[in-house]
Design a protein around this ligand. Structure first.
Ligand SMILES: Cc1cc2nc3c(=O)[nH]c(=O)nc-3n(C[C@H](O)[C@H](O)[C@H](O)COP(=O)(O)OP(=O)(O)OC[C@H]3O[C@@H](n4cnc5c(N)ncnc54)[C@H](O)[C@@H]3O)c2cc1C
Length: 249
């Protein structure tokens, strides 16, 4: 019998259906949470959290990994999504990855193999399971400088992000052009728009917060409405960043 399966990282970019997922949800922990650092590279297991990798790099005075400090995802999810911020993306430091393929083979993938683009990698298509990833050292800097950058990033995120913690981060990808998705949502007056207990955040229009008992259905209804209104008013097609499970499998 074939059992549907799904690999979860930290679940920070996922909206599960109200009906749940009828199959196996796999989370890689234990040895997959190890980090090995040497002179020029760092190997992180797929379960390692990005803020933890950022701290390892800080301890070794490696600069460039500061952007990871505020992203609540694992290496597995972040490589799959090519997670990033204005300060950097996973692909900038990525060297290679070890994956488990569908037919049970263990394979090494180079940066070219990964076909990284904005919030995308080949893993979305192949559904290979990332076991570990290797990142390179590009730059060393005084620890105090790296620490300062990290503090600034965290302070800035605290200021911009919604105070209500239950959310799934940015809902839409940045559309082509120089305006972020939140700008369009704000322009069409949808800050505070609510379905059930799901609401578009007043602090950041690209975030939907859960006021208590929001259902996936409520969040999806808001997403569909935003897509429709922004298309009508601006002829801009917003693309979802958050993944629906099981629909996006
Ligand atoms: C408060 C908040 C802030 C955020 N800020 C940012 C940000 O600044 N930048 C940004 O890019 N994102 C951001 N996100 C979104 C999210 O954190 C990232 O996309 C993150 O990389 C997802 O990692 P995860 O481990 O939670 O993956 P999940 O959400 O668990 O999974 C995402 C996808 O990755 C796949 N996956 C997970 N592990 C593996 C594996 N081992 N092998 C293969 N596939 C795997 C899953 O199957 C799924 O398809 C934010 C989210 C929140 C809630």
């Amino acid at each position: 019998m074939k059992i549907p399966w799904f690999i979860i990282g930290n679940g920070s970019n996922i909206l599960f259906s109200d009906d749940g997922f009828h199959g196996l949800v796999i989370k890689l922990v234990g040895n997959f949470m190890r980090v090995n650092i040497n002179n020029n590279s760092i190997i992180a297991g797929s379960g390692v959290l990005l803020p933890s990798l950022s701290r390892h790099c800080l301890a070794n005075c490696w600069s460039g990994f500061e952007f990871m400090c505020g992203i609540p995802g694992t290496i597995g999810g972040a490589v799959r999504m090519n997670a990033g911020t204005k300060q950097g993306e996973i692909k900038d430091h990525f060297v290679s990855a070890t994956v488990l393929t569908h037919d049970g083979a263990i394979k090494n993938l180079s940066k070219e193999d990964m076909q990284f683009s904005y919030r995308h990698s080949i893993l979305a298509k192949t559904r290979d399971i990332l076991l570990s990833a290797t990142f390179a050292k590009h730059k060393v800097a005084p620890k105090e400088d790296i620490q300062k950058t990290i503090k600034e990033i965290i302070a800035s995120r605290r200021q911009k992000q919604p105070r209500i913690k239950r959310n799934c981060g940015s809902v839409f990808k940045s559309p082509p052009g120089n305006k972020p998705a939140g700008w369009y949502i704000e322009q069409v007056g949808l800050k505070g728009f609510r379905v059930g207990d799901a609401m578009i955040s007043y602090e950041h229009a690209n975030w939907i917060v859960n006021l208590g008992n929001a259902k996936a259905y409520d969040v999806k209804s808001i997403i569909s409405y935003v897509e429709y209104i922004v298309l009508q008013k601006f002829n801009v097609c917003l693309e979802r960043e958050v993944l629906y499970i099981p629909e996006d499998l």
